[in-house]
Design a protein around this ligand. Structure first.
Ligand code: HGY
Ligand code: MN
Ligand code: MN
Length: 412
């Protein structure tokens, strides 16, 4: 069986999907359950139906498009990714895994392949933390690593709860109906852009992921004393922003000195209150993202953060609070799927690298309920989460081809 990917159609569908955005091209903003997200979902459902797939959506909007296999008693082979996009980002993060997964299924259908195990395309709800503050919301609920109770109380920046938002978006039903039973999938494979520079730098067309880094995110609130920028003299200040700056530099130093290049820490959110140029900050909220492929090493950075908070409290007379949003274990990808993806590359003469994913993905949580692996394709200069994120049609087609062959091997 030699598969043919319809590159023109796939590229065109990626462009159509990118247009469902709250900002003008080339940037994409598509926040979960926004009007643009709902429009995109409706359009995607029409594509799944056109391909003859059985479509269902769960109580949190995870979407499943199934190609029935000849033996429905067997666990299905899953593939897919997300289509929500953080503000002012690019058009390939996540979408390549959904539309590439769909084209992989269509290519297998066109070839006359008949799956024994059903092949199911997933579109996970809210992979990005943008609206509810936690990443992989849909896949966490699917694998049971987030309880329905904890999910129900999540709120967005307008104070709307997940319950209110999902009901208004047309996803009623009980959150406790979302978790999948073990065995529902026999395997899961996600196609995704690398979101890093290695494949392009090494001129290798495919990455086969062997491990996914462990993310942790937390909010640190520093409570100081406000006051008049002119009247309060320096020795008498309890400036929350200066304290937060010391904590930030301590976290950066901790990540830089673990002895491993895999340790990373980012402070992507900094909210200063009251936020007036002539008023000493009385409260600062920092959003931290700390990752490593080794959970213990990552946790040592968190320990340094905690130490720095205590130290700053003593020296500056401020009070700090650390709220942990998530602190996940890394994932090891399944060797059988890794070899199947490698064999698919060999079949088409595509070189590939085994590599670690430094971004987290829904696969991190799918690996809790079934053997899981990922296929990466290069993205230009490793850029992602930016409007200039880009992957060539050829790279996308090659990744889709490897995905299709891998799915066929797993579903045969
Ligand atoms: O942040 C991440 O790693 C993912 O792109 N949401
Ligand atoms: Mn992303
Ligand atoms: Mn992604």
């Amino acid at each position: 069986m030699t598969l043919k990917i319809d590159t023109a159609r796939l590229t065109d569908e990626l462009q159509v999907l990118a247009a469902f955005s709250d900002v003008p091209s080339p940037a994409v903003t598509r926040v979960v359950f926004s009007d643009q997200d709902l429009r995109a979902r409706a359009w995607l459902r029409s594509l799944y139906s056109e391909a003859g797939l059985d479509v269902r959506e769960d109580a949190v909007g995870n979407t499943f498009a199934r190609w029935q296999g000849s033996d429905p008693s067997l666990g299905a082979v899953g593939t897919g990714s997300h289509t929500d996009a953080i503000p002012h980002s690019g058009m390939y993060d996540g979408t390549v895994g959904v539309l590439g997964g769909l084209e992989a299924i269509r290519a297998l259908q066109r070839s006359g392949f008949q799956p024994r195990r059903s092949i199911e395309l997933l579109m996970f709800t809210s992979e990005e933390p943008t609206r509810f503050g936690i990443g992989c919301l849909g896949s966490r609920l699917l694998c049971g690593s987030l309880s329905p109770e904890s999910a129900a109380i999540l709120k967005d920046s307008e104070g709307m709860s997940l319950e209110e938002v999902r009901a208004a978006a047309g996803f009623p039903g009980q959150l406790d109906s979302v978790a999948l039973k073990l065995g529902y999938y026999s395997a899961f494979v996600e196609l995704h852009i690398e979101q890093g520079p290695l494949l392009e730098r090494r001129e290798v067309p495919i990455g086969v992921v062997t491990a996914i880094a462990a993310p942790a995110s937390m909010m640190v609130t520093v409570h100081g004393e406000g006051g008049h920028a002119g009247a309060v003299l320096m020795p008498y200040r309890k400036d929350a922003l200066m304290a937060a700056a010391e904590i930030s530099l301590a976290v950066e130093a901790a990540a830089r000195t673990t002895g491993a290049i895999d340790s990373v820490a980012t402070i992507g959110l900094c909210d200063v209150f009251p936020g007036a140029i002539n008023s000493i900050p009385s409260r600062v909220r920092l959003g931290l993202d700390i990752r490593d492929i080794d959970a213990d090493r990552r946790d040592r950075i968190i320990a340094d953060l905690e130490r720095s908070c205590r130290d700053v409290e003593t020296r500056r007379g401020v009070r700090t609070e650390i709220q942990t949003i998530n602190r996940d274990l890394p994932a090891t990808c399944d060797p059988t799927i890794v070899s199947a993806a490698g064999a698919a590359c060999d079949k088409y003469g595509l070189s590939y690298d085994r590599m670690v994913s430094r971004a987290y993905h829904d696969s991190l949580f799918m690996s809790r309920i079934c053997p899981t692996a990922m296929v990466f394709i290069p993205c230009r200069a490793g850029v992602s989460h930016r409007p200039d994120e880009y992957s060539t049609p050829e790279a996308i087609a090659q990744g889709t081809l490897v995905l299709a062959e891998t799915l066929a091997a797993l579903a045969a």
